[in-house]
Design a protein around this ligand. Structure first.
Ligand code: ATP
Ligand code: CA
Ligand code: CA
Length: 438
């Protein structure tokens, strides 16, 4: 059975948080987008703005369903980042602003982060730790520069950084980022690769229960899989990956992984639309969560037509052009009926084949797989890990299992692993043979 996310509606425990997140995003993003564009300044990277929402509203913020505070970080930087990633401003608001738009993914992984999809599955909201939040703010300029110099970066794309807080509640920091996986295509296999083998094994027998589970390094090796791109695409991919990892090394980041989604063209999109819509990943590789909707498929409500959607997008675009504030609380609470391709992705090399990067054989004939590739979870700073390690050391018998390696060797090992799997099966076989005879 397909793993499903849980629709966040009014009965969901995190409904208020989700509502506040989206209301805050809608307000702050349209507020920044309404202004005339201008180049970034140094101050933009440190900027933060606090807003209070309440049920009556005030001269600055419109009325909202709940009382909460919302903080918007570096709005101009993220506006420019969204432009670099070629997001359409109206589209972005459309995806993130409907009433119950989100589906929550499984139970949180080790890190305790929550994941939410926008209703059209284009975007992911990930709650992050305070340390990750502080760290992202600290490296924001480096990240920005890297995106400027590397439009085809494989790093996670960050579109926004915010914080919500309800009265007497705790502060919740979160980022908005790209969903690597296309809304309109089946992903037949998912791997989360770190280049390490310790504990990097998803129990094969659990695959039966959960065929869409995220597999790990050892599962990849066991299947003798390859990222087969032919000589040109391989060089492009490898060199970009190397540049990205060098940045992470320089910023003393570790624990990131290469997320790989595989679409098998021969299998195609077998699942019908209903099921296809429900294929979602599971953060942290935990047990599958069942959907809680009334019909057992809560993500799929009656939906607005394509035409309706297009009309709304047009309206939003006009609002933005005329620099009018966006009307609050009027958007649809239904899920879209068809999930569309994210066409802007076509401009980026590694996302140009229907959102991914198609395999190519040694002879340059097209391969049977489309790979969806990104370096994810890249906000873990070595300093934080060291502190955690210090804490755990006394508790664990097997120190090696948790002992983190420092960012330099982490990156080297990562690069080596990716290099090792980026080849054709024939090449891998030739190498194996050469090794055996030498
Ligand atoms: P941990 O720190 O325990 O590894 P985490 O909470 O930091 O977990 P991530 O490693 O960022 O979570 O992501 C967990 C899983 O969520 C990934 O293995 C992947 O399956 C999925 N995921 C994360 N980011 C994306 C993305 N941008 N697009 C699609 N899937 C994603
Ligand atoms: Ca991770
Ligand atoms: Ca993490």
């Amino acid at each position: 059975r397909v793993v499903v996310g849980t629709k966040v509606d009014q009965n969901h425990v995190n409904w208020v948080t989700a509502y506040n997140m989206l209301t805050g995003i809608r307000f702050t993003v349209s507020r920044t987008n309404a202004k005339l564009d201008r180049p970034l300044t140094d101050a933009d990277f440190d900027a933060k703005h606090k807003f209070s929402f309440d049920i009556t509203g005030n001269e600055l913020t419109p009325s909202a369903k709940y009382d909460f505070k919302f903080k918007d970080y570096a709005p101009w930087v993220f506006r420019h980042l969204r432009a670099k990633f070629k997001l359409d401003p109206a589209d972005y608001l459309m995806s993130l602003t409907s009433k119950y738009i989100l589906s929550e993914l499984g139970s949180p992984g080790k890190s305790g982060s929550f994941f939410y999809f926008s209703r059209d599955y284009k975007y992911i909201i990930k709650t992050i730790h305070h340390a990750e939040h502080k760290f992202l703010r600290k490296i924001l300029k480096d990240y920005w520069k890297h995106i400027e110099d590397n439009p085809n970066t494989l790093l996670s794309q960050f579109y926004g950084l915010h914080r919500v807080k309800i009265p007497y509640g705790r502060k919740i920091h979160f980022v908005v980022m790209n969903n690597l996986f296309p809304p309109h295509r089946d992903i037949h296999q998912t791997f989360d690769l770190k280049g390490s083998t310790i504990g990097r094994d998803f129990k094969e027998e659990d695959l039966e229960k959960n065929p869409r589970a995220t597999l790990k390094d050892l599962n990849w090796l066991r299947r003798e899989k390859h990222l087969e791109f032919g000589p040109e695409k391989r060089t492009l991919f490898f060199e970009q990956m190397e540049r990205d990892v060098h940045l992470l090394q320089r910023l003393k980041i570790m624990d990131y992984s290469m997320l790989v989604g595989v679409h098998d063209l021969q299998k195609g999109n077998q699942e019908n639309l209903r099921d296809k819509t429900l294929q979602v990943f599971q953060p942290g590789g935990d047990a599958p969560t069942e959907d809680s909707g009334p019909d057992g498929r809560g993500l799929l409500m009656r939906t607005p037509s394509k035409l309706e959607n297009a009309r709304k997008a047009r309206e939003l675009r006009q609002i933005i052009k005329q620099e009018k504030p966006i009307p609050m609380g009027q958007s649809s609470s239904r899920m879209p009926d068809t999930l569309e391709e994210n066409t802007t992705k076509r401009d980026f090399i590694f996302y140009s084949d229907d959102g991914g990067f198609q395999a190519t054989h040694e002879d340059n004939s097209p391969g049977e797989e489309i790979f969806f590739l990104s370096i994810i979870d890249c906000l873990t700073h070595y300093g934080t890990v060291k502190k955690l390690e210090h804490f755990w050391k006394g508790l664990s018998q097997d120190k090696k299992q948790i002992s983190p390696i420092s960012p330099e060797p982490y990156g080297e090992r990562f690069i080596q692993f990716i290099e090792g799997i980026t080849k054709s099966p024939e090449e891998a076989a030739r190498e194996k043979e050469a090794q055996a005879t030498s």
